[in-house]
Design a protein around this ligand. Structure first.
Ligand SMILES: C[S@@+](CC[C@H](N)C(=O)[O-])C[C@H]1O[C@@H](n2cnc3c(N)ncnc32)[C@H](O)[C@@H]1O
Length: 328
């Protein structure tokens, strides 16, 4: 499988299970966001209000229902292998075969962090039952390292709504109301994920320069957003038709193109900003440093952790470590 390399990202036209086994090293991916085929032949889940099916790209490869459980175990085990310890994985799924994904996840070391409900607009019209208008997002981590969760990447802890509620807390609730995108006249994949949804997962769970994986690229929306936020991507799409339609679109992107559209969070002041270090603070610093070092955690991560615990910035922690005889 020869990859296409664009914007520091690598795209393979082929099966993700054998492809990942051959091309992706253990523990090398920081974050996976993926949306596997749903295993529902002739499904209507992707249809929604006012959509002209003529513009849905042909070539989408489905998994027969009978193979879905085994298929889920095989790709999720590959995802587990390639994720770095502490790496996060978000799996988007409808309800029908959710059980197979949950069972597959239970056969791995991956640990559940949240079960997120993504509520979108305009479910498929029904007459004799309720209208389905949500997906499931299974947010898991690979244990063994510190998980990236950029708490104030979108809203500062002290930002409030007009009626005094915490915006940061609201943004981190596990029901996300994000509309699907209506792009009249544009060719798109079934179930293309909205940019806003992808931005949210990528901002909270990765940093610029890190590697984001998508085993089922489809409309390449995860890839496009990750590149737009200055992340690198590795991904697979089995359908040649889809792959060949989407690669030219990815080529036209400028890395970081989404960054100017992000709002700047009003980051809260650290609670001990500029305060003199007390003996108690120094003891906490000393003990925390030794404990985390003994756990094999990198200095960079120790500094971030101690900064959070002690309510101080990175420079302050570094300076105190140096002054108190730590090798940093
Ligand atoms: C639900 S779609 C992904 C949609 C994508 N997240 C988006 O926003 O456009 C699933 C994709 O997986 C592809 N696929 C199916 N089996 C695959 C496999 N074994 N390896 C890689 N891709 C596969 C399908 O052709 C389809 O395009």
């Amino acid at each position: 499988m020869q990859p296409v390399v664009l914007h520091n990202s690598t795209f393979y036209n082929g099966d993700c299970i054998t492809g990942a086994a051959e091309h992706i090293a253990d523990n090398s991916v920081d974050l996976i966001i993926t949306d596997p085929p749903y295993g529902i032949n002739g499904d209507r889940l992707h249809q929604h209000y006012n959509r002209n099916e003529e513009f849905v790209v042909e070539g989408y490869v489905e998994i027969p229902r009978a193979d879905y459980a085994d298929f889920s175990i095989r790709w999720i085990k590959e995802a587990e292998r390639v994720l770095r310890p502490g790496g996060s994985i978000y799996i988007v799924s409808g309800y029908t075969n959710l059980i197979d994904l949950l069972n597959a996840l239970r056969k791995t070391s991956l640990k559940e962090i949240n079960h997120i409900i993504w509520k979108y607009n305009f479910g498929v019209f029904t007459r004799r039952k309720y209208v389905s208008s949500h997906y499931h997002i299974l947010y898991y981590e690979k244990p063994g390292g510190r998980r990236t969760f950029n708490l104030e990447s979108r809203y500062g802890l002290h930002e409030k709504t007009g009626d005094g509620r915490s915006l940061n807390n609201f943004d981190r609730e596990d029901v996300w109301i994000i509309n699907r995108e209506y792009k009249p006249g544009q060719v798109k994949n079934k179930n293309e994920l909205p940019t806003r949804l992808l931005i949210k997962m990528i901002q909270y769970s990765s940093n610029e320069g890190e590697l984001v994986g998508d085993l089922f690229l489809g409309g390449f929306s995860t890839a496009a957003v990750a590149i737009g936020l200055n992340r690198r991507v590795v991904g697979f799409e089995i359908s040649q038709q889809i792959f060949d339609t989407k690669i030219p679109e990815i080529k036209t992107l400028t890395p970081g193109y989404l960054v100017p559209s992000l709002q700047n969070p009003a980051i809260s002041m650290q609670k001990n900003f500029r305060k003199t270090w007390t003996d108690n603070d120094l003891r906490q610093l000393h003990e925390g440093y030794n404990k985390l070092r003994a756990e094999g955690i990198s200095k960079k991560h120790i500094i971030a952790r101690l900064g959070e615990e002690l309510g101080r910035g990175r420079w302050s922690i570094e300076k105190a470590l140096k002054k108190n005889g730590f090798s940093h």
